[in-house]
Design a protein around this ligand. Structure first.
Ligand code: GLA
Length: 725
């Protein structure tokens, strides 16, 4: 029973195995947040909170108070004297905007309801709170995941009135904390350097990260943690939130003195970006916000990450595929657009010799596509290049005992395409006005149901008529212009969210109709790496940058919130096409082993001795993949904070582990030496390190550690540990 309601105290206790989340219905009917943190006993804590002077005051039953100085608001609304960033802002039919929602009732649902049109986590006991303001009902949902120490929230608004109302802002969740100073940890970056870990001290004012691009983007991620000052991987309070959404979002944290007092108040909000957003809610209609996932860790970031990883593997990612990620050879960096049947068949033969599971034909196979200027939207094979069509390639794969995969970019259209000639009105742009292109392409209007059904049909036919077991779904540019021909002028600000709903509708349709097909998400590298995508696609291409040094940081940052199995990474050639850097072959193997792995190079150009090493690496990955997909990650040394990095993944039963440590640059004499102290092992077990043949007990590996010498920049060492009985 993770959800308990104490009638006498009017208090809700949401409990996981290690955390408590407590709020009550206060005397005026608002929901007051009381506590989030380590598991505590179920007692009255309301009178422990400071009682502060109120101005302006909200008078209820002669007990005046202020929503601005009430220490914790559970879901703040506009207009009643709370001057911070707020969760909900609605304009009613008469133009008024004081959103005075009061508690009405609660229900405990044994099963978590699915969110209409949106990706959401499965299962879990759910608390539903109903709040009312006139004819408008606000429903707050809380689902508790006991073992993963997570709470998932979202909000719904229903208009029971007779006139249309307008939602100006609706956040998915809010968390109010008080009394401490925090650092905000966010995932920043840019194209080719995604999910850079950014730490920002929070002092008085608002700090936010957001996307206005229509997708979660390369520069930001719908993740934010606020951490006690000085928190490390293994110490300190951390409150983290992640939004199950792939469109324009906003995550903010605001620190302010409480009214006239010096008590610090910190408010964290996350939801659909209210910048250029508004939604008209007609009588009877409901608006559903995306879900926000909360995780609290009392001992630093590694525990926070483990909660997210377990939660997403157990309740978000498709159970059919979560632990079975095909090892691929992808054609992109190997041949780009320059191929024909013969070249591809040669690669397929080599892929089979390498020992991978699937050959993936990337961009360039359709329409008249020989570069990035044409053909997006024409999802039929380019028979000038591939004379026998896709079936010749598929047969070659089958003959070689491997599967066939394909690249698509279903949300896009090239102006030089059959589709564009037939439907120029299907593009997102403002009539005849100038419009932006990126990579020579435009975005299809997924707010238009006709567009979504057309793409369902063509991609559906492609998958129906070919034996394709893997689809890489790309999205190579952000939205601009924000104008849809199918929306009335007063609903144009609904476009960005409607676009995302259209993308989800297509993803839901294809993944349901083709349940055996493995989908990989991608957006010009890692521009759409979020739990919304992960719900449909079990892994996401993390970055176009395949350099081992860059990847170490990109994957390390991504692992803050997302499991290693969700991170797709490939071994490529040197010098790396993105940054021109040459890294040791072993480093490329090791770093690409800390994720769902693959290869992306022209195997036909590999020297024989290198090919043999590649083969051995595929074989090693097959041995350790289970640890990577299912194990617990412990980050040991951060490449963001030092010249070294180290990570280890330990199987749940602690019988096996795989770790990698490495150096970024050698500054002085060779070898540069680092001591790696493992974590997560059973202290009493004896472990054999396969690479050295040596045997040590867990407590020795954790407390004394292993010294490793590095002889070149970006060198790595790997450790495959197995319990000796
Ligand atoms: C994007 C992807 C790449 C590749 C190209 C093809 O950049 O991130 O992996 O698929 O598109 O055009």
């Amino acid at each position: 029973m993770p959800i308990i309601y104490d009638e006498a105290l009017k208090t809700f206790y949401l409990e996981t195995s290690q955390t408590s989340y407590v709020f009550c219905v206060q005397h005026a009917g608002f929901l007051q947040h009381l506590y989030y943190g380590k598991l505590i006993s179920r007692e009255d804590i309301s009178d422990l909170l400071p009682v502060l002077r109120a101005a302006p005051r909200y008078d209820a039953e002669g007990k005046a108070f202020s929503l601005d100085t009430m220490p914790g608001n559970e879901y703040s609304t506009f207009g009643l004297g709370d001057y911070r960033e707020i969760a909900l802002r609605i304009t009613y039919a008469d133009g008024s905007r004081n959103n005075d929602f009061k508690y009405d009732s609660y229900e405990i649902l044994p099963e978590k309801p699915k969110l209409e049109g949106l990706p959401s986590l499965r299962d879990g006991e759910t608390l539903l709170i109903r709040m009312k303001d006139g004819d408008c009902e606000l429903r707050l949902y809380y689902t508790v995941y006991e073992q993963e120490n997570a709470i998932v929230r979202h909000a719904e608004l229903q208009n029971f009135g007779t006139e249309q109302i307008e939602i100006n802002s609706v956040m998915s969740a809010e968390l109010d904390l008080w009394g401490e100073d925090y650092d905000a940890i966010t995932l920043g970056g840019r194209y080719s350097y995604e999910r850079d870990i950014v730490k920002t001290p929070i002092s008085q004012g608002i700090f936010s990260v957001d996307s206005k691009q229509g997708y979660s983007s390369h520069k930001t991620n719908p993740f934010m943690a606020i951490a006690q000052k000085g928190a490390t991987e293994y110490t300190g309070d951390v409150y983290a939130v992640n939004l199950v959404y792939s469109g324009s979002f906003k995550a903010s944290v605001e620190s302010t003195p409480c009214g006239h007092h010096d008590l610090k108040m910190t408010r964290m909000l996350i939801g659909i970006n209210d910048f250029d957003f508004s939604w008209k809610l007609d009588p009877g209609e409901t608006f559903t916000s995306p879900e926000a996932v909360y995780v609290y860790s009392d001992c630093g970031f590694t525990k926070m990450s483990q909660s997210f990883h377990d939660l997403y593997r157990n309740y978000l990612i498709n159970p059919k595929h979560v632990n079975k990620h095909p090892i691929v050879l992808n054609s992109w960096e190997g041949v780009y657009f320059d191929f024909d049947d013969e070249k591809i068949c040669g690669l397929i033969d080599k892929a089979a010799m390498l020992g991978v599971d699937t050959f993936v034909l990337d961009d360039g196979w359709f329409g008249n596509r020989n570069d990035d200027r044409t053909s997006l939207g024409d999802w039929y094979v380019n028979e000038n290049k591939l004379k026998g069509g896709l079936n010749v390639l598929i047969s070659r794969c089958k003959k070689q005992g491997i599967n066939f995969g394909i690249w698509i970019e279903p949300e896009m259209i090239s102006e030089e395409s059959e589709l564009y000639r037939a439907h120029p009105d299907w593009v997102i742009r403002a009539g005849e006005r100038i419009y932006c292109r990126e990579r020579n392409q435009c975005v299809l209007d997924f707010a238009n149901p006709q567009v979504v059904s057309y793409i369902k049909k063509v991609i559906g036919d492609l998958l129906e008529n070919h034996d394709i077991s893997y689809v890489k779904w790309d999205m190579n540019r952000p939205l601009t212009e924000y104008f849809s021909l199918v929306l009335p002028k007063d609903r144009q600000k609904e476009l960005m969210h409607r676009y995302v709903l259209g993308v989800y509708e297509l993803a839901e349709y294809l993944t349901t109709r083709f349940p055996d097909v493995f989908f990989e998400g991608c957006a010009g590298g890692g521009g759409r790496f979020d739990p919304g995508v992960l719900y449909y696609f079990p892994q996401i291409w993390a970055s176009d940058n395949t350099d081992a040094g860059a990847r170490e940081k990109i994957q390390y940052g991504t692992s803050l919130c997302y499991p290693l199995s969700a991170i797709s990474g490939h071994v490529s050639v040197c010098p790396c096409h993105m940054n021109g850097r040459t890294t040791p072959i072993k480093s490329r193997f090791d770093i690409a082993s800390l994720c769902s792995t693959g290869y992306e190079l022209n195997l036909s150009e590999l020297k024989e001795e290198d090919f043999a090493q590649f083969r051995q690496n595929v074989a090693r990955y097959k041995e350790i993949s289970d640890i990577i997909y299912k194990g617990d990650l412990y980050r040991l040394k951060s490449p963001f904070e030092s010249n070294y990095f180290a990570e280890i993944v330990v199987s749940k039963d602690k019988e096996k582990a795989f770790g990698v440590c490495g150096i970024m640059k050698i500054d002085g004499l060779r070898p540069a030496v680092s001591i790696v102290k493992f974590k997560g092992l059973d202290k009493t077990f004896l472990y054999r390190i396969k690479e050295t043949g040596k045997i040590y007990r867990g407590d020795i590996l954790e407390n004394v550690g292993i010294s490793v010498g590095f002889y070149s920049d970006f060198a790595t060492e790997s450790f495959t540990l197995e319990r000796v009985k």
